[in-house]
Design a protein around this ligand. Sequence first.
Ligand SMILES: C[S@@+](CC[C@H](N)C(=O)[O-])C[C@H]1O[C@@H](n2cnc3c(N)ncnc32)[C@H](O)[C@@H]1O
Length: 204
Amino acid sequence: MSKFTEYIGAQFGNPNGFVGSCCCLLMNIINHRMYKQILSNIHVQENSKILDIGYGNGYLLKQLYKRYRPELFGIDISEDMKLAATARNKQAVAAGKCHLSIGDCCDLSYDNDSFDAITSINTVYFWRDTLQGLREIKRCLKTGGTFYNVVYTKEWLQSLAYTQKGFALFEKEDLIALGKEAGFSEVVIKDIKRGKSYMVLYTK
Ligand SMILES: C[S@@+](CC[C@H](N)C(=O)[O-])C[C@H]1O[C@@H](n2cnc3c(N)ncnc32)[C@H](O)[C@@H]1O
């Protein structure tokens, strides 16, 4: 694996600087089906509280606000992404409806039962402890709330050069078993593109 390929892979896991911003813009284009999957499946009302894990440049948050006007929260490890997402969501931030933090989803600072829904697109590969992350997400969800976790298949990611280092790859069965171990009452898979991408719905 070349140093350049490794560098690009690392930018997906923790985007920073000009290259990180370019990677995020690229994701906004190539992952359009993934955003659409969440936007058309999520149950949201104007007073709902939604948390996005690994918000990147804030693209999903902006779409959620445009459609549903919920109260939005986001957590991401990248300081540069906080700046980018704040700029992209300036209207919601100014209205006091979008609260962005820097932090690790395996150690959430939110109270128990805070959110009606939690979303995440292409972040689970980078968590330092998947089970701990799922336990934290379950703790912060209200009973009956759902975590919408959108991912690429292991098969697809294995075919890409830059995922060979720094990415934890999962079979659907792994994500189902981890969700059950974390204590979710229901874990359901919904294919987005067969063999390529899917969404795991974890309900508390
Ligand atoms: C591939 S990008 C996806 C960005 C965004 N979800 C999207 O689809 O447009 C992964 C994002 O997850 C963030 N991330 C990685 N590990 C994280 C963690 N443990 N907790 C929170 N965010 C994390 C990265 O900083 C990055 O912004």
